[in-house]
Write a protein that binds this ligand. Structure first.
Ligand code: ADP
Ligand code: ADP
Length: 226
């Protein structure tokens, strides 16, 4: 069964009010286990809306969101929140790390919130930080780190609870081209090693070409053609 299946998703903001905008009109996509798929969309096309719906942060007006074979569309907020915490990792353009905590703590905390014991959470966090090459920076706060290092730590945080689905919105979009290229390679290695399925929104066609498949979001629908 697919890790993610979106079928016929529709989403309109401000329905029946000034500023009404139909962002998704019939968006469908399927992500198989281990697949890494690029989502390419012009600005304003609804990429963030689609990722938030896929990650159970937002609800569609109509259509279905299935994660690992479970249709989560009609379920209550508590169930969806539990499913999101256990199964979905998010990465944004900006790292959103907690500024008052160290790199290590930023990767440990989501695991504690998920009921993992501190010793085990710390060991897993150290392993993740080592794998992306920032083990030596574990005790630093985000502000003391470079943009590339901050993003690597955000990757570790997204992976901390061993999700089956990774959703990324321009994960290297804030970095200069050279750093972006490097850090994207690190992300791909981590995703491949973990066997995770990932939907990665990007404007960068060179990065999109390094993924298994490219999807395009335009006119509220998802298509395979680029
Ligand atoms: P993208 O990520 O592709 O730039 P978004 O999903 O953020 O696109 O937004 C798609 C469209 O929906 C835009 O026109 C945006 O202004 C509008 N939009 C997004 N979120 C809201 C909201 N909460 N309320 C009203 N309009 C919104
Ligand atoms: P952009 O990529 O448009 O510059 P950001 O990277 O700041 O903006 O945020 C991207 C999206 O992530 C926004 O839609 C924001 O609402 C959402 N977001 C920010 N922080 C969190 C969080 N802790 N959990 C879930 N969503 C978040």
């Amino acid at each position: 069964e697919p890790v993610l299946h979106l079928s016929n998703i529709c989403k309109t903001y401000n329905a029946g009010r000034p500023g009404e905008v139909q962002v998704l009109r019939d968006a469908s996509l399927t992500l198989a286990k281990g697949e890494v798929v690029a989502l390419v969309a012009p600005s304003g096309a609804g990429k963030s809306t689609l990722l938030h719906i896929a990650g159970l942060l937002d609800s569609p007006d109509t259509g279905e969101v299935e994660i690992n074979g479970v249709d989560l569309t009609g379920l209550g907020d508590a169930t969806r929140t539990r499913a999101r915490r256990a199964q979905v990792g998010f990465i944004y353009q900006f790292h959103h790390l907690l500024p008052e905590f160290s790199a290590l703590e930023n990767v440990v905390l989501p695991q504690l919130a998920n009921g993992i014991a501190a010793a085990q959470a710390t060991a897993h966090a150290r392993d993740l930080l080592d794998r992306v090459g920032v083990g030596a920076r574990a005790s630093h706060r985000p502000a003391a780190l470079s943009g590339g290092e901050q993003q690597r730590i955000a990757f570790c945080r997204a992976m901390a609870n061993r999700p089956s689905l990774l959703l990324a919105d321009e994960p290297t979009g804030n970095l200069d081209p050279e750093t972006s290229d490097q850090v994207f390679g690190v992300l791909m290695d981590l995703v491949r090693d973990t066997g995770l399925s990932a939907l990665i929104a990007t404007h960068n066609m060179a990065l999109a070409a390094r993924m298994d498949r490219v999807l395009r979001l335009e006119g509220g629908e998802v298509s395979g053609a680029v």
